[in-house]
Write a protein that binds this ligand. Structure first.
Ligand code: ADE
Length: 457
């Protein structure tokens, strides 16, 4: 991932991010950091980049020309997302970091003085972001905060193969307390359960601690967590039909946008996919009006809701049967040459998988959730986890089919999900009988209702 920072103080950002994890990630080539000194692009003989505001008022403004030329120098003819750091922007958050970590290239524009000439902002800026409700002297510190928060989500940066996001389970809760050696310090003992070696008990204790902390420090977050848990419990009465919504909520990605009786609208923040159930056609219509701007996909599983969207001109992308694996036991993996894919393996995947865009596939590999089957050095198939959490992206080369490779890939992928405490599930396109047989062979259950992927126009 490539960051460009447009700034009057490049050394502040370079030096600030040099030591530690981010500096090491730059050295390893996992991310790149290009600082551009806006002053070098001024056409003013005295190196001036600011001037008085038209109409009067306190302070100076950065001029359009040097900002624009610095931006062009960084991006050439490309048009990457360009973020202007300003207290007037959308507050920066973990979900924004997650969304931005999917980009290959980002520009961060750091303002100074009283701001920047509006005309250049209109031409180059795609997002206005604030570090919080306070005013700093410039955008450098917020830019550094954003680079740090986004870069740590890039697989490999934290030193583990999993992406930080895919790994965390209790996304809605604050961290539990942690302890290291010695066992007794200032007369205080490490909690006994942590020395027990019982992983189940340790997880339980940590979850309880996280809940207690969140309830104490962030009652707002805790109430949201409890609301999700109540909803998950309700949905679990029809787990097979609701697993897609339950998993999104349980993984801390799903946000409840509306919930009243059987009317429910959830958005999975990782993928922006919405999931909707309704009691009646009327309420479905109301929920459809609530879809956040820019929503591309809605998953529905009731025929009358599908019809309502079709009447609105939305396309039915696919009717799928939903399968889930409710057993907690790991599945046997009978084909042994399977491993997690890395960037170098991506061209094979993009060459053999036509259902999604190349960019999407590349992002899934970077997220550390694509797995490949090999025959020696040769890649022969793959599987992965979609952004909203379902298993999919399955492919096996013709000459290696009917040898248990697909089964092993599915089992391998499902085991990765089980390791994290998730419930493996997937959507099989109507008519894909071999894939349906495969689910059944592996012990997956089929939901009674179809899920319909509607593309929003
Ligand atoms: N520039 C000055 N203050 C800022 C803030 N709070 N967030 C982002 N950029 C800023």
């Amino acid at each position: 991932m490539k960051f460009h920072a447009l700034t009057l103080f490049p050394e502040m950002i370079e030096q600030g991010l040099k030591p530690g994890i981010i500096g090491r990630a730059v050295e390893k080539g996992l991310i790149s950091l290009n600082t551009v000194n806006i002053r070098e692009y001024t056409r003013d003989r005295h190196g001036k980049v600011d001037d008085y505001p038209y109409g009067g008022g306190a302070g100076m403004l950065m001029q359009a020309q040097p900002v624009y030329d610095a931006w062009r120098a960084a991006v050439g003819d490309r048009k990457p997302r360009t973020i202007y750091l300003t207290p007037q922007g959308r507050p920066f958050s973990q979900s924004m970091a997650r969304e931005l970590a999917k980009e290959e290239e980002l520009v961060l524009l750091c303002g100074h003085y009283e701001g920047i000439d509006q005309r250049v902002l209109e031409e180059i800026v795609t997002d206005y972001v604030s570090a919080g409700d306070y005013v700093l002297t410039g955008g450098e510190l917020p830019a550094m905060v954003m680079i740090d928060a986004i870069a740590r989500l890039v697989p490999g940066v934290l030193g583990n193969e999993d992406s930080a996001e895919e790994e965390s389970f209790h996304n809605d809760l604050l961290e539990y307390p942690q302890y290291t050696r010695p066992e007794v310090w200032h007369g205080k003992r490490v909690p006994e359960v942590l020395l027990s070696g019982n992983h189940g008990k340790v997880s339980e204790w940590r979850l309880e601690q996280s809940k207690e902390r969140t309830a104490g420090f962030r009652p707002d977050l805790y109430e949201k967590y409890r609301e999700k848990q109540r909803l998950i419990l309700r949905l679990s009465k029809d787990k097979r039909n609701n697993i897609h919504i339950m998993e999104s909520l349980a993984r801390g990605k799903g946000e409840i946008l509306y919930h009243q009786g059987g009317d429910l609208l959830v958005q999975d923040r990782a993928s922006s996919v919405c999931m909707l159930t309704a009691e009646k056609a009327e309420s479905a219509g109301r929920l459809a009006e609530m879809l956040p701007e820019g929503t591309r996909w809605v998953i529905v599983s009731q025929d009358f809701v599908r019809e309502l969207f079709a009447d609105k001109g939305c396309g039915l992308f696919g009717s799928c049967s939903q399968y889930l694996y409710t057993n907690k036991v790991f599945l046997p993996v009978r084909y042994k040459e399977i491993r997690r894919l890395t960037e170098e393996d991506t061209p094979y995947v993009t060459a053999h998988y036509a259902h999604d865009t190349e960019e999407y596939v590349r992002e899934r590999v970077r997220a550390g959730v694509m797995y490949g089957a090999f025959s020696g050095e040769r890649q022969i198939g793959f599987i992965g986890i979609h952004t909203e959490g379902s298993m999919g992206l399955l492919y096996v080369e013709e000459e290696f089919r009917r040898r248990g490779v697909a089964e092993a890939l599915e089992a391998f992928c499902a085991n990765r999900l089980l390791e994290k405490g998730f419930t493996p599930y997937g959507h099989i396109m109507e008519g894909n009988t071999p894939s349906e047989h495969l689910q059944e062979k592996l012990g997956f259950y089929r939901a009674s209702r179809c899920v319909y992927w509607m593309s929003i126009t």
